[in-house]
Design a protein around this ligand. Structure first.
Ligand code: SF4
Ligand code: SF4
Ligand code: SF4
Length: 357
């Protein structure tokens, strides 16, 4: 069974769930750059899910994979159906016009008129439960969680591949699939507990987020991070003490992995959601009880979430008193370049092949 090497350096990512707009600009940035070819229609290497919800693929948190007690834990194979097939709108029905632009017999049914590749109505899609909350009014809640490959320190995908087609780069810890070696067995899809690998049924290979390595090698932040209008995506080397990634993970300890218990030592971290306080039965604010049940946050981000939330609240209070907080300054992200640990080169400046080349 192949093992990942101990790398020289590790790139890492932090997502601040409190600032996410749920706009999926990140998702589209990745789609337009990496996954627009045939056979990749249902690939969303970046996806932002509404929580609590069943996720992408459906019921991802119950699909297994990864490790428990350092032993391999069996995982289910995610299918195109559970990820959600690529579907399109029936524009004639949505707009109420036919191809000639004349009024159609349907007259338009509104934005729920879909065209499913296999016919009929779609039953699942990425982020199917967008903006569906939990809890009872007036204490309802939901939040967004952003997913890409975690470029794990102990990648279950790599260990599961009998062809040794998955490797982890020594210089930056990026986990990549060698598409020439891949035979399409899909053991990696079963093994990854985050279900971040997709199968290309036309090319018969597994494919996943490459952490935009061709951009990163030229000092440009990944597309999904650079395009985020919420400025909540942070990127850099985990051992670079000047990077905000280091400060959020190691110094302030407010950024935590998703389901650390799945055993792969992920290198994507989350600033957990600070929901408003609950209203009590007479409509007053109940400062003892947050709206998002802390048990649920512990399930997702581990027991350190309590301390992370306490730190966030304490630093917010400081700024309310007019004091300066390094942590709040980082999370506000006044200057976008500060988010990217030195990977702030303009992609428009990249060397491009010329006709002569
Ligand atoms: Fe592999 Fe999954 Fe970890 Fe990515 S998130 S490195 S695909 S185990
Ligand atoms: Fe896609 Fe690059 Fe973001 Fe990975 S890092 S999800 S490849 S845009
Ligand atoms: Fe959230 Fe940024 Fe993605 Fe929009 S682009 S969904 S704000 S992470």
């Amino acid at each position: 069974m192949p093992q990942a090497p101990e790398v020289d350096r590790q790139l890492a990512v932090v997502f601040d769930t409190n600032k996410c707009l749920g706009c999926q600009t990140c998702t589209i940035a990745c789609k337009t750059l990496w996954t627009h070819q045939e056979g990749m229609e249902y690939h969303w290497w970046n996806i932002v899910n509404t929580k609590p919800g069943r996720g992408t693929p459906r019921d991802i948190d119950q699909m297994g994979g990864g490790f428990r007690d350092e032993k391999t834990y069996p995982g289910q194979l995610p299918t195109r159906e559970t990820f959600g097939e690529a579907w399109d709108y029936n524009y004639d029905e949505v707009l109420g016009v036919d191809k000639e632009g004349l009024p159609s017999p349907s007259g338009g049914r509104g934005s729920t008129a879909f065209l499913h590749p296999k016919g009929g109505e779609p039953v699942w899609s990425p982020n199917w439960e967008e903006d569906q909350g939990a809890g009872e009014y007036p204490n309802c809640y939901y939040f967004y969680v952003q997913f890409i490959c975690n470029h794990c320190t102990k990648p279950a995908c790599l260990e599961a591949c009998p062809r040794a087609a998955i490797y982890k780069r020594m210089e930056d810890g990026i986990v990549l699939i060698d598409e020439e070696r891949c035979n399409g067995y899909r053991f990696c899809l079963e093994a990854c507990p985050y279900k971040r690998i997709y199968f290309n049924h036309l090319q018969v290979i597994a494919q996943k987020c490459v952490l935009c390595f061709p951009r990163v090698e030229q000092g440009v932040a990944p597309a999904c991070m650079r395009q985020c209008p919420g400025r909540l995506r942070f990127f850099g080397y985990l051992d670079d003490e000047d990077s905000v990634v280091y400060k959020l993970v190691e110094k302030w300890k407010v950024a935590l992995p998703y389901h650390e218990d799945w055993g792969t030592s992920p290198n994507v971290f989350y600033v957990p959601p600070l929901a408003p306080y609950r209203f009590n039965e007479v409509g007053d604010i109940d400062e003892e009880n947050p709206r998002i049940p802390v048990e649920y946050l512990i399930e997702l981000f581990g027991s350190k979430v309590k301390q992370a939330l306490a730190t966030l609240r304490k630093e917010m209070e400081k700024t309310r008193r007019g004091e300066r907080s390094e942590l709040m300054d980082i999370l506000i992200a006044y200057r976008w370049k500060d988010n990217f640990g030195g990977f702030d080169r303009d992609p428009a400046e990249l060397d491009r092949p010329t006709v002569k080349d």
